[in-house]
Write a protein that binds this ligand. Sequence first.
Ligand code: SOE
Length: 400
Amino acid sequence: MGASVTRPLRVAMIGYGFMGAAHSVGWRQAPRMFDLARPVEMTVVVGRNADAVASAAAKWGWAESATEWREVIARDDIDVVDIVTPGDSHAEIAIAALEAGKHVLCEKPLANTVAEAEAMAEAAARARDRGIRSMVGFTYRRVPAVTLLRDMIAEGAVGTVQQVRAAYRQDWLVDPGMPLAWRLQKENAGSGALGDIGAHIIDMTQFVTGLGVERVSGTIDTIVKERPLPADGLMGLTKGAGAGETGAVTVDDVALFTGRLSNGALASFEATRFATGRKNALTIEVSGDRGALAFDLEDLNSLRFYDRTAPEGRQGFTQVLVTEAQHPYVSAWWPAGHLLGYEHGFSHQVVDLVAAIHAGSDPHPSFDEGLAVQRVLDAVERSSDNDSAWTGVAAGVPVV
Ligand code: SOE
């Protein structure tokens, strides 16, 4: 192995909001706790506000900050571009970075539209031919209990999948005084609860079952249609709004839909920001003819398993505490029973991305898998526009 293989992967992160903090924790912790296939360097973080991005760099441990992403992706000393901006800039940055020969990690959802996601998947395919890798940040795949859930389904623990119940419930919009944010603007976010958190449960369903969502019937709704404008403006949309001014919410608050999976099973999906009392409650239950598996993100160290093959009168959901050394990712952390949290998935994402880059293999979820989710989101919106009619999802790709 030459020096070119073992030299550090130098990372540029574009964006520095909530996801920037989470990704920074991942880049910082992964090399400290795991034996990474290659060292990584947190080279530069990029944002439009020079002062704010400089303090983010200092706080999170990036060597420098910059304000022009185009200049940064043109630099020779950058190997990986990590995109944590709102969805409206994913396509432009990702395609430019791939064309500049940088490996790309892009936050979910992959894009705001199917057309953008298709262009990104095409750019990723062209880049792959040159040894350049790309990955979408569906980090919940890398919660150890979720990875175990998938492994157990693949091993046959539930038998044939017959039904899936998936929900992602938050309540941060219940207060009508919550100001308008970029996440509530279609031009920035693409869609609301559907794309932001519905995307997670679509990806998770496809990931853990290995089945595609082929048809959907759904309804999306906006419960609070006007919200106060934030005093400091809204991502270039409204600058310096006065007290009492409001603006329109242009995305959905809630999305309810049913999906037909590729083996014929039905899945129900709920994505909402109006589930009073639910903070970040992603739940999934997969039922099969031999058993069932259930996961709840608000109790993320546990997986619940029902074994229908156990003797009658002895059956019942059992709790598997997913903190043992033999569970996915866990051996790099703490002894059994010493719990993991939300941020650990971001380290696991770094571990897997770096391993794939080093091995010259394609990391997952790929941009093709991100596009598959985007097509389901689009079908749900089309179904809702058409009185919830069953709507086909354009041909996707197998989820790995
Ligand atoms: C939205 O509230 C959000 O932060 C999502 O954007 C993330 O993807 C999810 O992990 C938590 O909720």
